[in-house]
Design a protein around this ligand. Sequence first.
Ligand code: ADP
Length: 493
Amino acid sequence: MSVKTKTDMIMLTKISNIIMELSKVDSLNTCYKALSEIIKEMVDIEEEYFFNKDDEEKIYEIFDKEHDESIEELVKWSFKKTEVSIFPEEKGSYIVMPITQSTKVNFVYTIFTSQQEFSNRFMMILRITTFLLGNLFETLVLYEDILDKNIIIEKNKNFLNNILNSTIDSIAVYDEAKNIQFSNDNYKNLIEDKNFKEIIELEIKKALEEKSNKTFEKFYEEKTFSVDILNIKFENDYYILINMRDISGTKELEKLKKIDKMKNEFISTMSHELRTPLASIKAYSETIFNSLEALDKDTLTEFMKTILTESEHLENLLNNVLDFSKLETHSLDLEKSKFNLIELIKEVTNSLKDLSQDKKVDIVNETEIQKLEVYLDKVRIKQALANLIQNALKYSDNNKEQKKVIISLEDNDEKIKIIIEDNGIGIPEQEIPKIYDKFYRVDSSLTYEVQGTGIGLSIVKEIIETHDGSIEAESELGKGTKFTIEIPKEMVE
Ligand code: ADP
């Protein structure tokens, strides 16, 4: 065990005091104060200054304290020398302590004391103090620099967040494990709906698997979202950026404009359609009226037949308009009765014989069943079937050698399935869901060659659905179309 001398003990006490004082330091300001306190413990301070150099090497007092210019010379010297130095004066001494870290001087602490003699021990403690403080000061400078940078980073982050939260878009970033790395407030609100979250995250999963960028529209609960999915590679990791915008308003407007355009087209088509049979009825009745005596019986019968057919056509058109207004208010009343569906199909095909001959399309009835009793609205079912078969004839493909419409039937206990298949012009896949919309006609020259109002299928759908049935279309452009109707038979004994 070593025996400590009194001097050793004093040294140790001093150093531990210094360490105690330094441990309180938590900022650059408290650092200056701590240094002053430590030195005050060892020597009487009459004046004290903290000096530093600016970018142009000019010496300045950190706290703007007035000082003698001659001190600046000592400080300049000490910036170069980087060692604690004592300069004796008449009435005391200047002690100049550069606070350094390796060779870099952070600042120079200078005091004036009345004391003129200093022990080696005192000098040693001064060196220890400046060494410890130099390190501490450098750490504090770095720490405050990091704090400043953190504040800047935090500020930038808040700024970006603010921007991302002010946009009308819903934005999120997912990592490869499908975890959200970032999302703005709009996105957070959207995915509160668990179902929607599931739908969207399925798209994210697909995008991660396919590593492809995508833009598409998503319909959810009467809203339309335009969705952009982008793959991002950042430092060898993959992320998915998703940006969604609610475009329901724009879509609604587009739809209204389209309906308006379609209504106008409907009115002009209707006027045209009405004028043709009307003109023909007028012409024939005028001829009969003006030259009744001159006409033989056969010609008269022929004329009267034309008038009758045209009147029926007119009646049909007017019924369509009437049905259409009922459809608008969903007030289609059914008058159900028991009848043989096979007979009804025959009636419909017979009534379309002229059109099928005109169009050179064969109507093939593949139904093998002879009798199938159902309890439905006969007039409405006839109207729906007539409309579908008429369309199959109307939209036949002149490029095909053998044009045909095949009608088949399936009797499945409680339900019946009626299939009407043609090898006509077909419907583009993306248009299929729209064909039941009022006034909708496929936008192609082949469609416009054929007269139509675009309301037939909307009436068919309403009729089938009012019977609790369903209608489905499958089609391929240039190949043909297949409509499948399913209706409960609703048989009564
Ligand atoms: P339209 O009076 O125009 O025939 P519909 O409501 O009956 O009106 O049909 C809507 C649109 O669907 C038609 O304009 C046509 O473009 C398309 N379409 C309907 N049936 C067929 C079919 N069998 N083959 C090809 N296109 C069809």
